[in-house]
Design a protein around this ligand. Sequence first.
Ligand SMILES: [Zn+2]
Length: 262
Amino acid sequence: MNNLAQFKSKLITIALLVVAIAIGLFILNFKGCNTISPEPAPTPTPEVTPEPSFEPVEEPVVEEQPEVEPEPSVDLESEDSLTRYVSQTHLLSESYVPADLRKVNVHTASDQQLREEAAVKLEEMFKAAIDDRIYLKLVSGYRSYQEQADLFSYYTQTRGAYYASVVDDHPGASEHQLGLGADIGCWNGACELSYCFTQYADYTWLQENSWKYGWIERYPEGKQSVTSIVYSPWHYRYVGVDEAAKIYESGLTMEEYYGITD
Ligand SMILES: [Zn+2]
C-alpha cells in the first residue's frame, strides 16, 4: 500500500510538471509571435529626419503618342459623302434625302431602307453572322428629317429634354437621316435598343466583325463626352470598308480619329 501511495504521489508530481511545462511553452509561444526564444526588447531609436536628397530626380520618360492625322481625302462635310459627319453642331438640312436609298433585304420588323452601298454591306454582314450562328435584326435604318423630328419631340415629352438630346434623335443630327445609320438587335427582339443587348453573343460578334463590312460601333461605352451621345451598343454607322478598318484599328471614335472638336 505504501508503495502504491508513493507511486500515486510520483504520478501526480509528473502530471503537475507536464502541466507546468505546457503552460510555460504556451506563454512563450504566445508572447514570441511564433518564436520560442523571446526577442530582446528593442532599444528605442531617435527618429531620424531624412537628409534632403540632392540626387537629381529622374523625369519619367513620356512616350510620344503618335499623332492621329486627320485623313485629308475624307469628306466630312458633303451631305452625300459616306463619311459625312453629323452632330448637333453639324446638322443636315431639313430637305436632305439620300438619292440612293433602297430597301434592305435582311430580317426586319418592317421594311427598312439604307443607302445602296450601306445596304449591300449590311446584307453581307448579316449573312456572315448567320454563318457564325448569329441571327441579327435590323431594327431601324433610314429616317427622314420629319420622322426624326417627331421622334425627338416624342422623347422630349415622355422622357425630358436631356434624354432626348443624348440619344441620337436630334432632328438633322441623326445618322439615320444620312441613310448610313443602323440600329441592330437580336433576331427575336430580345433586349432591343437596351443595354442588356450587350450580354448576347450578337453584340460581341458585331463589335468584332462589323468593321469588315464598313460599319463601326458609333457611340461606344465611355465616350459620351466625345460624341455627346450616350453609349448606344445597338447603333452602327456605315463609313465604307477602308475607313471602318482604320477607325476600328485606331480604337477611336469618329470624332477622335478625324480630329473633330467642335
Ligand atoms: Zn440609331
